[in-house]
Design a protein around this ligand. Sequence first.
Ligand SMILES: N[C@@H](CCC(=O)N[C@@H](CS)C(=O)NCC(=O)O)C(=O)O
Length: 210
Amino acid sequence: MILYDYYRSTASYRVRMALHLKGQPFQTVAVNLKEGEQQSASHLKVNPQGLVPALDIDGEVYTQSLAIIEYLDETCIGAPLMPKDEEGKAKVRAIAHMISSDLHPLNNLRVLNYLENNFQITAQQKQDWYSHWVHQTFQALEDLTPHNAEFLHGNHLTMADICLVAQMYNVERFNVNATPYKKLLNIYNKIKNAPEIRRAHPDRYKPKDL
Ligand SMILES: N[C@@H](CCC(=O)N[C@@H](CS)C(=O)NCC(=O)O)C(=O)O
């Protein structure tokens, strides 16, 4: 498997966690988002959306992190990343989409760049924009999460937790205060130390020349 990846991309990080949890060996091709490599002709051939991640499995390319995670879950042995029951699956997908469909796209690099380049927003306004959308989703997630929960749903790590870990990494990177979200932090702080999760950490995928 070849993962088209950028170390700080939260969507790529989600897929790396799934691959490590499934014990799947993979190679990475670094696509430097800061240098705009996602728009290069060679990357657009891989993913015409100009985004990472993309996962090449025997010449077939899969995109969209949640679709990839569910595909890996259904086709690979290893720790299950989704509940078995349909109700549980719907709950996990709903949480994952709160992060990946509602929060993440608003704070994606291309959106932040567009705001900076076309509306000349200041660094402070960019920070406010970023934090605003994080707080809105995190408050709802915190309200949804049961007290003393070990995972966002059920009794094992799922795609929902994978989305949380990646988003929390980004929240720390952007210095957003996550302390009000005690239940989310509790889950994150436990999960982030699991060996498979540590193996997927952005620091381990930072290209040497960066
Ligand atoms: N919904 C997509 C989102 C993919 C995405 O937005 N990736 C970001 C990095 S986290 C990207 O490639 N951004 C490039 C850009 O904004 O130009 C997924 O979950 O895979």
